[in-house]
Design a binder for this molecule. Structure first.
Ligand code: 5RP
Length: 229
């Protein structure tokens, strides 16, 4: 059911795509539906768009399904990014990075006039933070960066367990050659403050709090799609 909801959200967001648009393509299972549906529409309507993928996985998928790819070097200003999310609240604040693509996702979303999030209803939350917050860090100085994050959270009275994301027996490596800490916070009362604090830590490349980037969302439920924003 959840997969069908993801597909329905993607299909609805596809309605926002117009000929000539420059698009950002998200990463993950929901974004995958969007890329596949976009490929079908391009084939059916000879729709002319160019797209910047947010991961190597999405780049490979886009090429496979006939979606034209470009880069931010060629197209630094995009019209619309469509991406999934791990959590979204009523203020359109997000947690992203469950798939490990948060850095490119944030760069691409920031380069876009609009960002539409597509999600099934399970992602729509009252308070962010049940999903562990991904934080991308450079491998150099890993223990020191970890210590700085723990100290920051402790000073703010937040208790967390912080795990280095693994792939098998090795650290998970992002498309940018970095590692990810997943911060189990439970609830994030002040996302803006936490986002600003995390960004100040040397060694933190980016965090999965997306604030002020999402302009709309399609939340698919069994009884229909809810539009936020
Ligand atoms: C990848 C992401 C994804 O958008 C997020 O993890 C949601 O994925 P899915 O659609 O598979 O639930 O942020 O970095």
């Amino acid at each position: 059911m959840s997969d069908e909801l993801k597909r329905r959200a993607a299909k609805r967001a596809l309605q926002a795509v117009r000929p000539g648009m420059k698009l950002g393509l998200g990463t993950g299972s929901t974004a995958e539906h969007f890329v596949r549906l976009l490929g079908e529409r391009i084939a059916a309507e000879s729709l002319e768009v160019v797209c910047v993928p947010t991961s190597e996985a999405t780049r490979n998928l886009a090429q496979e399904v006939g979606v034209p790819i470009t880069t931010l070097e060629h197209e630094p200003a995009l019209d619309l990014t469509v991406d999934g999310a791990d959590e979204i609240d009523s203020q359109l604040r997000l947690i992203k990075g469950g798939g490990g693509a948060l850095l490119r996702e944030k760069i691409v979303a920031s380069a876009s006039t609009r960002m539409i999030v597509i999600a099934d209803e399970s992602k729509h939350v009252g308070t962010l933070g049940r999903f562990p917050l991904p934080v991308e860090v450079v491998p150099f100085g890993l223990a020191a960066t970890r210590r700085a994050i723990v100290s920051l959270l402790g000073a703010r009275g937040l208790s967390t367990s912080l795990e280095l994301r693994q792939k098998g027996n090795d650290p998970f490596v992002t498309d940018n050659g970095n590692y990810i800490f997943d911060l189990k916070l439970g609830a994030i009362d002040e996302p803006e403050r936490l986002a600003a604090d995390l960004s100040k830590i040397p060694g933190v490349v980016e965090h999965g709090l997306f604030i002020g980037l999402c302009s709309g969302a399609v939340i698919a439920a069994p009884d229909g799609e809810e539009i936020l924003g």
